[in-house]
Ligand binder design. Structure first.
Ligand code: HEC
Ligand code: HEC
Length: 233
C-alpha cells in the first residue's frame, strides 16, 4: 500500500479530488445502478403478463405499467397484497414472501422509469399481422376511442385534471391515464361504479358516480386523442 502511494506521481490535492469523486460515485451511482438491476430482476415474473417492457397486452386485459407513476403502483401492489383491490391473477405474485414492501418500491421505480417508444414503427411489406401487433403493443399509443373529443376535453379538464393532471400523465398517487388501454380503463370505471374499488374517496360515491356512460366514453375519446400531443412533448 505504502509503496504504491509513493509511486503515485500526482499532487496530493488531485488524489484528494479523485478520492472524493470515487466516494461520490460509490455513494450516488452504484445504489442507483444496482436498484435498477434489482428492479429488473424482481420484474422478471411480472413480464409474463405485463410484457417485457411493461407494455401490457391482450388489449388491456393486462394493463400497461411502463411509465406509470411509481408511488401509485406501489400503493396498488400493497392494495393487491391486502386484497383491498381484488386481483386474482396477481395474488400469488404479491404475497408477502414473494414481494416485500421494499421490493414493491424497487420494482415500481423500475417500471415507472421504462420509456416506451412513441413513434409508430415502419413496417416491411413482408411483416405479418402478429409482428405488427407485437411491435405496436410496445409503442405508447393505444387505438383511438370513438366519442365526442371536445365534450370529453371539457369534462376531463373540469372534473379529472386536478388529480390526473392536465395531460393525464398522473402525479404521485394519482395514476397516469394517457397511453393506457381503454378496455382496461373502462373495466376500472365499472369496478369503481360497482363499489368494488375505491376511487377518489374512501366511499363508493365519488366523482365517477356523477357521470353518465356517454360522459365516460367522451373522456376516453379525449384521453386517446391527447396521447399524440403528450408524446410530442
Ligand atoms: C398472471 C398475470 C399477472 C402477473 C404475473 C402480474 N400481474 Fe400485475 N396485473 C395483472 C392484471 C390482470 C391486472 C389488472 C387487474 C384489474 O383489471 O383490476 C394487473 C394490475 C397491475 C397493476 C395496477 C395497474 C394500474 O394501473 O392500476 C400493477 C401496478 C401491477 N399489476 C404490477 C405488477 C407487478 C410489479 C408484477 C410482478 C411482481 C405483476 N403485476 C405481475 C396481471 C398480472
Ligand atoms: C380527487 C382526485 C381525483 C379526481 C378528481 C379523479 N380521480 Fe381518478 N383516480 C384518483 C385516484 C386516487 C385513483 C387511484 C385509486 C386507487 O387507489 O385505486 C384514481 C384512479 C382512476 C382510474 C384507474 C386507473 C388505473 O390505472 O387503474 C381511472 C380510470 C380514473 N381514475 C378515472 C378518472 C376520471 C375519468 C376522472 C374525472 C371524471 C377522475 N378519475 C377524477 C383520483 C382522482
Amino acid at each position: 500500500m505504502l509503496a504504491n502511494t509513493r509511486r503515485l506521481p500526482r499532487p496530493s490535492f488531485l488524489r484528494g479530488a479523485s478520492l472524493i469523486a470515487a466516494c461520490a460515485a460509490a455513494l450516488l451511482l452504484s445504489p442507483y445502478a444496482s436498484a435498477d438491476e434489482k428492479g429488473k430482476e424482481i420484474y422478471g415474473p411480472c413480464a409474463a403478463c405485463h410484457g417485457e417492457f411493461g407494455q401490457g397486452g391482450k388489449k388491456g386485459e393486462y394493463p400497461r405499467i411502463a411509465g406509470q407513476q411509481a408511488k401509485y403502483m406501489e400503493s396498488q401492489l400493497k392494495a393487491f397484497q391486502k386484497r383491498i383491490r381484488v386481483n386474482i391473477p396477481m395474488v400469488p405474485y404479491t404475497e408477502e414472501r414473494e414481494l416485500s414492501h421494499e421490493d414493491m418500491k424497487i420494482v415500481s421505480d423500475y417500471v415507472s422509469g421504462i420509456e416506451l417508444p412513441t413513434a409508430i414503427p415502419v413496417f416491411k411489406d413482408t411483416d405479418d399481422a402478429l409482428t405488427r401487433l407485437t411491435a405496436m403493443e410496445k409503442v405508447m399509443i393505444v387505438p383511438r376511442e370513438p366519442g365526442d373529443v371536445e365534450a370529453g376535453k371539457a369534462l376531463y379538464q373540469q372534473s379529472c385534471a386536478a388529480c390526473h393532471g392536465k395531460t393525464a400523465k398522473g402525479r404521485g398517487m394519482f395514476p397516469r391515464l394517457v397511453g393506457q388501454y381503454s378496455q382496461y380503463l373502462k373495466r376500472q370505471v365499472d369496478l369503481y361504479l360497482k363499489g368494488d374499488r375505491p376511487h377518489d374517496e374512501e366511499t363508493t360515491q365519488g366523482i365517477l358516480n356523477t357521470l353518465k356512460p356517454e360522459d365516460i366514453q367522451n373522456i376516453l375519446a379525449y384521453v386517446t386523442a391527447l396521447q399524440e400531443e403528450v408524446n410530442k412533448q
